[in-house]
Design a protein. Sequence first.
Length: 284
Amino acid sequence: MEDFVQKLRQYAKSGTPAERRIAKYFFEHLNDLPFETAASVADRLDLSPMTVGRFLRALGYQGLDSVKIHIRETSAISPTQMQASLTELQTDASAGKPLAVLVSEQIQALHHIYHLTGQPQWNEAVSMISAAHEVFVASHARLSGFASHFAQRLTYARDGIHALDGTGSRFAELFARLDGNDALLVVIDSRRFGKARLLARTARRYGYKVILITAQGANWIPDQANLVLALPPARSDGDDNLPPLMALLDCLSEAVIAAAGEEASARTRRMTEFGSMLGEGANR
């Protein structure tokens, strides 16, 4: 990253007028580059995309995508920088600054999730998701995006993944078969998901195994699920605890993908190749 910035400084001083303008723009908008294209930069600077492309090649990159990859791979924060940031955050949170308090609480929630990944129930959940003949992910409609994202991530590891949010009686799909033996239901609980307990209880009666993702202290009866992954307490009674939920789902899907090993790598390659044929970018 420092090498890239140094090159920009050099061109900002000694490049052609167009190069100086591009270098200055890149230097002042490093955080925006992941959202830019050569065409958008050219439009902002009233230059041609070819001019921007030539400048990028002069820097040693094939295009702006190569720059984005370089920034992503070299922008890791050092331990010293991390400690300094945390110290500043703690100072601001102690002073009652609202955003600092919020970020501090979210970091604590992430610590809870990381601790959970080292517990026996975490490995058991990974094994259950990996071994089930089919996996259904059920959520309230308001959390359908979370369920769909989780289900989509799991497709990098295996087949037979279904996201259900109850709209249009979709939960009925669970019980169309004679029994749910060898199938798994993952219930993403929330305070609005009034059908969650009935759904889990009925699924178990049909032979499904049930993994429950819910907040600590939620009023669930132990035999309503085979396994519980507990989220940290919500900030308030009206909070769905979305940041730690997203972190837990991302970590859990990544653990299932890692457990699949080479099979997951092969699936990812095939999906990426097919996505390229259709003109779609990779989702991972």
